[in-house]
Design a protein around this ligand. Structure first.
Ligand code: EPU
Length: 430
């Protein structure tokens, strides 16, 4: 079990570079299966979820090289659909994208039930609804999801596209990121036009559409709630650069707000950070936006606020635990309401160990901020909760020892090294 040890109290100062976005890189890596040729993808973050997804693709025959730092060359010409090992895919959520990608290229896929952070139930009914609308049959049994196209011909005997799928209108009951991505993957090479209504609007959806369109797909409307995919016969290889990770950037913004100091956060798209920036300003933090960087300056004095998580462009759920820490450090009573996940509050008990006063009632946590936290032994229960505990430790009096920090490595590259460069007293223990 990996640990992080922090002696709190140091202000953060300096410059920091943001990596490519994990949640954009994941679907784009899986989308390369549809291409069947060589793609060069730049700005790939070196984090564990990405390494697992590359392993999953190698397992089905992809040839993957690393021509330079943060760049992969991925050739999927020899990929064959085969049952992907449960122990690999159950490590992360993004593995569900293999279903859409294999179904979209071959008309068949068998994938172990996906893992990922535990936020209560994580259904995939909307993914399945989309696949079925496009003509696939989906059966979940024995820990695996089997998807295949049952019918290769129309009633009049006409053969559908190579994968057997046909365009359809898909209305998502929830604006699910994963379901939107999977339907795009399945529909890109399908016969005819697919329209996704109530689609997720996250920047990573736009990035996936950008990648596929660069490969010759015909996808319109990504970034809005109606996405139209006109199926094409074939895609071709391309070169593509992943967008910066808004959640990594938001995490460092929050860290500076918590400790005080002044940090220039570079290689970001300030527009993607708007809701985080607005909330920090409400709390009394100064945020200055430049073309592709932002500067965050804080004296550590924070005003309490009310935060409500929502799908993009609302306040991101993946910034929720980090903001709860800020509310603990604020002067007065704040509230956070989680509107995306059923059960994202497992980290609250850990913050209680650090002296936080938080009461959770249903989806809402009320936080009595008193300006400080105390160092304590705590454990990281999931990726963003772990990042939140690091922020709490940076701002706390005394020493914080965080265990199970492998959860943090799933989505943050070199968090400890980057924070040390900014002046934090933080180290890793294997
Ligand atoms: N939902 C359904 N049915 C479905 C799919 C989702 O009811 O078929 C519900 C979920 O239960 C949840 C809501 O819809 O209440 C949103 O789920 P969504 O499908 O949007 O989430 P996801 O695709 O599983 C991605 C990110 C998460 C992030 C969420 C929300 C990836 C790999 N994961 O998950 O990121 O929290 O979107 O923005 O992109 C993280 O990076 O730390 C992380 C957990």
């Amino acid at each position: 079990m990996k640990k992080i040890i922090i002696r709190g109290g140091n202000k953060l100062n300096g410059n920091i570079h943001i990596e490519g976005m994990k949640n954009a890189a994941l679907p784009i890596i899986f989308a390369s299966v549809l291409v069947g040729e060589k793609c060069f993808i730049e700005n790939i973050p070196d984090v564990n979820d990405i390494n697992i997804s590359l392993e999953i693709l190698r397992n089905i025959g992809a040839d993957i090289k690393f021509p330079k730092k943060n760049c992969i060359e991925i050739d999927t010409s020899n990929v064959v659909p085969c049952s992907s090992p449960y122990d690999l895919v159950s490590k992360m959520r993004g593995s569900t994208y293999l279903l859409g990608a294999e179904l979209g290229r071959f008309g068949v896929s068998k994938v172990g039930w996906p893992g990922g952070c535990d936020f209560g139930t994580r259904p995939i009914d909307q993914h399945i609804k989309g696949f079925e609308a496009l003509g696939a049959t989906v059966v979940a049994e024995g820990g695996y999801i089997n998807a295949s196209v049952v019918k290769n011909e129309t009633d009049s005997g006409e053969v559908y596209s190579k994968n057997g799928l046909h365009g359809a209108r898909v209305f998502l009951d929830v604006a699910s990121v994963g379901a939107t991505i999977n339907v795009i993957l399945a529909a890109t090479l399908a016969d005819g036009v697919t329209v996704i209504e109530n689609a997720a609007r996250e920047p990573h959806i736009v990035d996936l559409a950008g990648f596929l369109n660069t490969c010759g797909a015909d996808i319109m409307g990504a970034g809005t709630s109606v996405i139209k995919i006109r199926g094409v016969d074939k895609l071709h290889g391309c070169q593509y650069k992943i967008i910066p990770d808004m959640i990594e950037a938001g995490t460092y913004m929050t860290a500076v707000a918590a400790t005080g100091g002044c940090v220039s956060i570079q290689s970001v798209i300030p527009k993607h950070l708007e809701t985080i920036t607005a909330k920090l300003r409400e709390m009394g933090v100064s945020v200055t936006e430049y073309e592709d960087s932002i500067t965050v300056e804080s004296d550590g004095n924070l005003k309490p606020v009310t935060v409500k998580t929502l799908p993009y462009p609302g306040f991101p759920t993946d910034m929720h635990p980090q903001f709860t820490v800020l509310l603990c450090l604020a002067d007065g009573v704040g509230q956070i309401t989680e509107n995306v996940w059923d059960n994202r509050y497992r980290y609250v008990d850990e913050l209680h160990m650090m002296g936080a006063v938080i009461s959770v009632d249903g989806r809402t946590a009320t936080v009595v901020g008193n300006g400080h936290l105390k160092g304590a032994p705590v454990k990281s229960v999931d990726l963003r909760a772990g990042a939140a505990l690091v922020i709490a430790g940076l701002a706390a009096d005394g020493v914080t020892e965080i265990s199970k920090t492998e959860t943090i490595e799933r989505g943050y590259h070199n968090l400890v090294g980057k924070l040390r460069l900014l002046g934090a007293d933080i180290s890793k223990m294997q």
